[in-house]
Design a protein around this ligand. Structure first.
Ligand code: SAH
Length: 364
């Protein structure tokens, strides 16, 4: 065991420092890291936790990512797409329950019908969600993959103002190993730059605990977030899905859930130490491998939670990984359970607010 205190008291962390913090797996170091990350979070972002209602509106996907349960090649999946009315009414439910923002997420499609559909949903949600409590309507984040610049501009004009596009891993070697050849890391990076230039608040993130991923790769991921001037981070543990090639490899190699979970918490904490004023989500995947995963994520420096708002009848068909929590709870149950969990760790739920990243408001 090494003493990480001298590293934690440095004003700037080097790549080597980051690697050491990410590797400090003993309980005492984890405690120190948690305290430091909480302090930096409170100082730079305050105690508020922002809710984004997550609406997973379709699992139809062109891509064939080796890790993802809804990859095109998984023929066991029953494909669905919610209707516009279902999406809008789910978003309005979120607004009525005090969530200031929603995230529309789906598998990846680029055909004109899909683009029109998303644009229309965004416009309708904006229009219908304006109220005294939310004079500018719901904040809308899109997470619908790689699109053309024109499409991104249309989505922005329709009223979406944040976009999430995970890089998955910033290592070109690892990226190539977990994606088919047609999916290129260069394209993802170029799209992130495009989203930034157009004026979106841009989020990205990675999976933690991928087979063959070293602490050095994760350190480079954090430096990538910084170099790309990212506003929001959504990252979580990689969780094997047995109907995917990478899931099968991981299971055969002895996937160590607890080790991956602890590494994911350290990754959140160290990202907070380096990036200070960005929004970091405590993702559902954390809770899938630990019953208190999301609360712990908040204690290690995260300040955003994405309660599942997807209608329960299709949740079972949006399984990116196995063991996804809350599949049978109503959105109502999810919301009140989360509030209790957040208050239990001494943080406040920020209702009826967009909760933009301070990094974005400060610098642009
Ligand atoms: N099509 C959209 C949304 C992808 S799903 C897009 O490309 O942006 C959202 C995220 O789920 C992915 O970016 C990936 O990081 C994560 N994910 C997929 N499979 C996973 C798995 N097995 N374990 C953990 N996270 C996974």
């Amino acid at each position: 065991m090494q003493n990480i205190e001298p590293i934690l008291s440095k004003p700037e962390l080097s790549r080597d420092d980051i690697v050491r913090l990410l590797s400090a797996d003993d309980d005492a170091s984890m405690d120190l890291l948690r305290q430091k990350a909480s302090g930096i979070l409170l100082e730079n972002c305050g105690p508020e936790v922002y809710f984004r209602g997550l609406i997973e509106f379709s699992n139809i996907c062109l891509n064939d990512c080796d890790y993802c349960g809804i990859r095109r090649g998984n023929t066991k999946v029953k494909r669905f797409q919610l209707t516009k009315d279902e999406i809008v009414s789910t978003a309005l439910w979120c607004a009525e329950h005090g969530y200031g923002s929603v995230v529309l997420q789906s598998g990846e499609r680029r055909d004109p019908e899909f683009v029109d559909f998303v644009e229309d949903c965004v416009g309708k949600i904006k229009q219908c969600s304006r109220s005294e409590r939310l004079p500018n309507g719901l904040g809308i984040t899109l997470c619908v993959g790689e699109q053309t610049e024109e499409t991104y501009r249309r989505f922005l004009a329709a009223g979406a103002h944040r976009y999430l596009l995970r890089i998955e891993t910033s290592s070109p070697r690892l990226y190539a190993r977990i994606h088919p050849e047609s999916q290129r890391i260069e394209t993802r990076i170029e799209r992130l730059r495009m989203l930034n230039k157009i004026g979106f608040q841009v989020g990205t993130g990675v999976m933690i605990g991928l087979p063959g991923q070293a602490a050095e790769d994760l350190a480079d991921d954090i430096l990538f977030f910084r170099n790309m001037d990212i506003d929001m981070i959504g990252m979580g543990p990689f969780i094997p899905h047995s109907d995917t090639p990478l899931g099968q490899t991981a299971i055969a190699g002895g996937y160590d859930k607890d080790a991956v979970f602890r590494l994911a918490l350290r990754m959140i904490a160290v990202t907070r130490l380096v990036l200070k004023d960005v929004n970091i989500a405590s993702t559902t995947a954390l809770q899938a491998i630990h019953p208190e995963g999301r609360e712990l994520g908040l204690q290690y420096g995260a300040n955003v939670i994405m309660p599942m708002a997807t209608p329960p009848n299709v949740r079972h068909d949006y399984l990116l990984y196995e063991g996804k929590p809350c599949l049978d709870e109503s959105a109502e149950q999810c919301s009140s359970c989360l509030r209790r969990r957040i208050e239990s760790i001494g943080r406040t739920v920020a209702l009826n607010r967009w909760g933009d990243s301070r990094h974005f408001s400060r610098l642009k």
